[in-house]
Ligand binder design. Sequence first.
Ligand code: ZN
Length: 326
Amino acid sequence: MMKFATTSTAGMLVRLKMLLLTGLLLALAIIAPGSGGQSYAQNPLPPFADSWNGVHSFLTYSPNGNYTTSFIQSIAWRYDFGFSVGKFRTVSERHGHVELRYLSEQYTDDELRRIFRDTANMIDFYEERGGVRYADPVYTQVLAAGGVEQEMSSFTALRETYGRDVLANERAIWLAAHELAHQWWGNMVTNRDWTHFWLNEGLASFMASAYKERRFGREEYMKDIAEYRANYEKVRDAGKDRSLVFPDWNRPTREDRTLVYDKGAYVIHLLRQEMGERAFWNGIRRYTRKYFGKSVVTLDFQTEMEAASGKSLRTFFDRWVYLRQS
Ligand SMILES: [Zn+2]
């Protein structure tokens, strides 16, 4: 998550219902097209496209002018649900066991393929580093109006201008890489409560930079790390450094968010240096595999990293995570 905004086209969404069925999540959106009165036979295609978590199941049109669209998701324990509705163009590509879907009102099919060209490689990279396959049969990315930057389960909404940024510079993919990383770290390995939020955001930011390192080289990775560090040091120098495990997360300040995102990612980079390549990535795999589909606290992360390194990391965690004297 970066920040939340609504993504539906104004006026199109009338109401939505969610039903939990045994082992399945079935989500229904009832949408008024603004051109009611037509029968389904006269108007089989709706004047919009939509996207939700999971796989599209069915679409019906009722005589009162409402469309009902439904999506089915086979795994229901995740918390991150959302939807987009708009006059979207949809491009679909298959990558192994995952269908990739790209939606936009603004961009051509060719542009959408270029904007999301890295998605398949990102999935491969996170599967390799996490040691766990992407969990859903579909991953959808929507370029939506407004400032949205929000991961959801099997689905991400990004601001429309993200597309222009990537078309101008193929290296400007940090945001999509960050949000996709949440499909592992955040959505499937989930902090037990918000006080451990840095596990979601620090890891997603770090993994986005690690992907850029794989794709563009070490220099690109180090540029990100330098930025995380500089952002963190600004907060520290202002006397606002705090433990990454917050006593509460009710009203986070701007500085608190910088700590969770930027210091979080920087500290994971420092841990990588501390442990060395082999032990560090073994630890990431141990942690991800063990807690995939479960919730975590910071001690779970520390314990798995220690098991991979074969030594105590207490001094490191005290200094960098908890901000206390060993
Ligand atoms: Zn995030």
